[in-house]
Design a protein around this ligand. Structure first.
Ligand code: NAI
Ligand code: MG
Length: 365
């Protein structure tokens, strides 16, 4: 039996609703696929901040480093500034654990209507550079409260940072439809973005099966609304990737559907799996949050841990529940979080025969 130790940070708001739902589904899958998933829960986040004045303990990263993966809900609360909650937990994890890829799939799901009249199914991957770029600590504020008050924030792009994101995206594109789109803004941002463009172009040249289109991010945003089905893999800087992935998931139906993986591809540190959405204080505590983004992130975690058949089984189960017309309010349904989760558990059982492991460990579907 494969054993994996998973650090769980449910965090704030709906994180405390969608994480338990997803863990229930992961446990059910583990039972079918002979996996021993051990979940270690950490109560870090804004509540912890209220009690201890920090988002996680001083040795938080050391504690997390002992686990094989991290499963996170969302952090952010009206009581703690967003800069504090993000820079006190998620950003240190992403950076210290060199999770330099943030992989965000965007896909049409049967049973979920797009707010747009999409003519063809959407199936694209956003590769967001996750360690540098616009999200930097370099800068400062001067003359607070005076008329000459000013703020400076520097963007940092490195050859290593850009090229490894471009390599990762090229490998993915080569395994799919071979089309890579790079989000740029080299007309307005004249130092860092031309540097990004040059390194992406030079990297993609090493992959003869991949064609590269460099697109200004404003036009790309419009294109993502008008013809989302034409994209295959999009590689983008930290900020552009963040914005484009909320847009992409909304085009397929709801931000509540969108999963993400913060990957350290070398496996030197644990990777982190979390939905794209935040803590949604407007619906927290009502039991109506869509758990699909969290469950799908769990499927990406299974895949990363070396269990593609278990991942495919979990993916097929939530897709089947949606196809049967079960869904939370954000996708036009009437189910609560727990009703939807129950439907996924039923679908896991119903589909088990297709995904049962053969003695050799290969799916016998
Ligand atoms: P949000 O993603 O939490 O919510 C945006 C809108 O989408 C809200 O109307 C919300 O109700 C809806 N929504 C989000 N997830 C949903 C789900 N699973 N099911 C149904 N509806 C869903 O973004 P917002 O409101 O900008 O941020 C709220 C807090 O979350 C802030 O403190 C922010 O800093 C934090 N945040 C944290 C993130 C993280 O932990 N990675 C990512 C984004 C925001
Ligand atoms: Mg975001």
């Amino acid at each position: 039996m494969s054993r994996h130790s998973i650090a769980v940070i449910a965090g704030d708001g709906i994180g405390n609703e969608v994480v338990p739902a997803a863990i229930e589904c992961l446990q059910r899958i583990a039972g079918v696929h002979a996996l021993n998933l051990e979940f270690a829960h950490f109560d870090w986040g804004s509540g912890y901040y209220g009690r201890h004045g920090r988002m996680m303990p001083v040795d938080g990263l050391e504690q997390l480093a002992k686990h094989d993966a991290i499963f996170l809900g969302a952090v952010g609360s009206p009581e703690v500034s967003d800069a504090e909650s993000l820079w006190g937990l998620l950003i240190p994890i992403r950076r210290e654990f060199q999770q330099y890829i943030n992989l965000r799939p965007v896909k049409t799901l049967d049973g979920v209507a797009s707010p747009l009249a999409a003519k063809h199914p959407i199936d694209l991957l956003i590769v967001r550079e996750n360690n540098e770029g616009e999200y930097s600590e370099v800068g400062g504020r001067m003359y607070r409260g005076l008329p000459q008050e000013s703020a400076v924030q520097e963007t940092i792009f490195t050859r290593l940072g850009v090229s490894r994101a471009a390599h990762f995206a090229s490998v993915l594109a080569a395994s799919r439809r071979g089309h890579l789109t790079s989000a740029t803004k080299s007309n307005g941002i004249v130092h860092t973005m031309p540097f990004w463009d040059e390194i992406v172009e030079e990297t993609v040249r090493e992959y003869p099966g991949v064609t590269l289109t460099s697109e200004l991010v404003d036009a790309l945003a419009a294109h993502l609304v008008l013809k989302p089905w034409t994209f295959d893999v999009i590689v983008a800087s930290n900020l552009f990737g963040d914005i484009l992935s909320d847009l992409g998931s909304s085009v397929t139906g709801s931000i509540g559907l969108a999963p993400s993986a913060n990957l350290n591809p070398e496996g030197n540190f644990p990777s982190l799996f979390e939905p794209v959405h935040g803590s949604a204080p407007d619906i927290a505590g009502k039991g109506v949050a869509n758990p699909v983004g969290q469950i799908w992130s769990g499927a990406m975690m299974l895949e990363h841990l070396g269990h593609p058949e278990a991942a495919a089984h979990l993916q097929a189960a939530f897709e089947s529940a949606l196809r049967d017309g079960v869904g939370t309010r954000d996708v036009g349904g009437t189910s609560s979080t727990s009703e939807f989760t129950a439907a996924v558990l039923t679908a896991i059982d119903a589909l088990s025969a297709n995904y049962t492991l053969s003695p050799g460990g290969v799916a016998a579907s």
